[in-house]
Design a binder for this molecule. Structure first.
Ligand SMILES: Nc1nc2c(c(=O)[nH]1)N[C@H]1C(S)=C(S)[C@@H](COP(=O)(O)O)O[C@H]1N2
Ligand SMILES: [Mo]
Length: 369
């Protein structure tokens, strides 16, 4: 018996209707757009070009942009699957390519799908701290984002006439009882997307914390790298904080730091992985510390951890943050002396910054300019 290969026209489900495809594409485009813009922001904050400015207020700004990045990425997963389901009969369209332009166009869809899947899968693995891939996540995730967005733009431009026609047409009508309708398919996709978002968003949205079974971080204030893992469980009793300024180097014992004016602020840790949590931090504000060592207000400060062999041991506090009284060299967390896991004897905690730049176990501050 000969097996008949189906033709595009053999797929009659309402899910494959161009009106469904176009609407899913629109939702997906919004998610990818949000994800791309917030991803670019996060990248720029961590690798600031000279023209880049990122404010220190509102204190939750980065928490919101990075939360949006991860939530829109999660939402894109069911939407992308539904969209691919919607269009897969096109795989059976013959001839494979009607013209060279058509061939390039179909090839670009292949590239688009691969890049989009790659971004969503590596993103989710990163959020789950499952580094199953053999490369360093940030630069690769960043580079492939450009490929994804570039191919999406080409795709939208090519399909624009169809998209317009399909979005104008109603999704209602000619529905047969007992058969999945266009609206039914769109509604189910919407529900699945909503469930995926609610199930994960508790990692960063406080009021969803209790209803998010898949939220990847549930502790009140999670610890990303423990003192044990960082080899930071014991502090030399003769420890001094070194503050290097253009005018010379000053040293502060923990006692001396505690005697400087203390500032308390409610600030979030907002990890690039999308979890975030707020806490009450107390310590020496960086503007006060700059004043104490006679450095210029608003000077950039390079922060160096005592931790060895870690790519997260150095960060640079830019001017908007070093002028902000809420940027702290924190000594206390929720009224208690900082514990080893959160960075004892002192750590940086600044408003509107990625968690990865909130350096723990600080040993040296260098005033740069
Ligand atoms: N020295 C050092 N500081 C660090 C890290 C690190 O690995 N080493 N991890 C960072 C990351 S990725 C985050 S999200 C925050 C988490 O802070 P917490 O462990 O106090 O919650 O610390 C940051 N500070
Ligand atoms: Mo982080």
């Amino acid at each position: 018996m000969k097996v008949k290969v189906p033709a595009e026209e053999d797929f009659k489900s309402a899910a494959h209707d161009e009106r469904v495809t176009a609407r899913l594409g629109l939702w997906l485009g919004i998610c990818f757009g949000l994800c791309f813009v917030t991803g670019l922001l996060s990248h720029a904050i961590q690798h600031p070009p000279t023209w880049f400015y990122w404010p220190s207020r509102p204190v939750n700004l980065y928490r919101v942009t990075q939360g949006t990045h991860v939530i829109s990425g999660v939402a894109a997963i069911p939407l992308l699957l539904a969209k691919l389901w919607s269009v897969y009969p096109k795989l059976f369209a013959r001839p494979l390519a009607k013209s060279l332009v058509n061939l390039v166009e179909r090839g670009s869809i292949l590239l688009l799908s691969a890049a989009a899947f790659f971004e969503l899968i590596t993103g989710i693995l990163n959020v789950a701290q499952n580094y199953a891939f053999p490369f360093f996540f940030p630069p690769v995730h960043y580079a492939v984002a450009w490929i994804a967005v570039g191919s999406i733009l080409i795709h939208v431009a090519v399909k624009l006439p169809i998209v317009r026609r399909a979005l104008k047409a109603s999704t209602k009508g000619d529905e047969r009882p007992g058969v999945l309708s266009r609206r039914g398919f769109l509604r189910s996709t919407g529900v699945v997307t909503g469930v995926a978002v609610v199930a994960t968003a508790g990692a960063t949205v406080p009021f969803l914390r209790r209803v998010s079974p898949l939220s990847w971080r549930t502790a009140d204030l999670p610890v990303n790298r423990s003192a044990l893992a960082a080899g930071m469980t014991r502090l030399d009793p003769g420890w001094r904080l070194k503050v290097i300024t253009p005018g010379g180097t000053r040293q502060f014992s923990l006692d001396e730091l505690n005697k400087l004016p203390q500032t308390t602020a409610e600030l979030p840790i907002a990890c690039v992985e999308g979890w975030s949590a707020s806490a009450t931090w107390t310590g020496v504000s960086i503007p006060d510390l700059l004043h104490a060592v006679g450095a210029a207000p608003g000077a950039e400060v390079r922060v160096e951890s005592m931790e060895r062999n870690s790519i997260y041991r150095v960060s640079v506090l830019p001017s908007p943050h070093t002028s902000d009284a809420k940027t702290l060299l924190a000594l206390r967390l929720n009224g208690e002396v900082l514990n080893a896991d959160h960075g004892y004897p002192c750590r940086i905690i600044a408003p509107s910054r990625p968690g990865v730049l909130q350096t723990k176990w600080v040993g040296t501050l260098e005033v740069l300019s």
